[in-house]
Ligand binder design. Structure first.
Ligand code: SF4
Ligand code: SF4
Length: 204
């Protein structure tokens, strides 16, 4: 079960390559600017590039449709326990409120694993503690019994380009097609922060 480890290693390698390439490009741009032009470059020009890439992520998602495997209804994962979600919901967190009113926690992790062994094993392999939930409104044939009133967390799923999808999810192709874009956005954001600090210190 080294599949996930290999995937992460490949991702880290790809991120290093993207990071160096973005760093060189941004450094080149900055080298060609006067000191007073750098702030505008970082705040406006880089932001435009980031926004462009974000729009690409959203646009590419439109090429994919839900394959109705029902997996995301039968097994949802959260980094938060039911108690934490309830606390967050009581403090007005809209996402937590929708999540906890849509999904019920599995009684035992083993029950989730019995239902989706491969996915749960992959999640376990990632080493992160997650909590398993399921929705009681999904029907035997993977339909939503309250489709018209389903909450936005269901309507928008999957909207997180870095979350691990179920192996049966038809949006996996979307994830694969945007991997480099997502890494580029992350690299640009990190490098911009670095240059902002250097600018504030007067080093560039
Ligand atoms: S409300 Fe409907 S779409 Fe949302 S998780 Fe439940 S069954 Fe799935
Ligand atoms: S896991 Fe993906 S394909 Fe399956 S029901 Fe959810 S969104 Fe649709």
């Amino acid at each position: 079960m080294d599949k996930l480890k290999d995937h992460y290693e490949q991702l880290v390698k790809q991120y290093r390559e993207v990071f160096v390439s973005v760093l060189n490009a941004m450094q080149g741009e900055i080298n060609g600017l006067k000191h007073e032009e750098i702030k505008n470059y970082l705040d406006v020009e880089v932001e435009k590039h980031i926004q462009f890439q974000r729009n690409l992520v959203v646009e590419r998602r439109k090429n994919f449709n839900c394959g109705m495997c029902g997996a995301c209804c039968r097994l949802a994962i959260s980094e938060f326990s039911p108690t934490q979600l309830l606390e967050k919901a009581s403090r007005g967190d809209k996402f937590a409120k929708e999540y906890i009113s849509t999904f019920s926690p599995y009684d035992k992790d083993e029950d989730a694993e019995k239902e989706f062994p491969l996915y749960v094993q992959l999640l376990k392999e990632s080493g992160e503690k997650v909590y398993y939930y399921h929705c009681k409104k999904v029907t035997e044939d993977n339909k939503c019994s309250d489709y018209e009133n389903r909450p936005s967390i269901c309507r928008d799923y999957p909207d997180n380009p870095i979350q691990m999808l179920h192996p049966t999810c038809s949006f996996i192709g979307w994830h694969e097609s945007i991997q480099k874009i997502v890494l580029t956005i992350r690299a640009m954001s990190e490098i911009r922060e670095h240059f902002r600090k250097e600018f504030e210190k007067g080093n560039i």
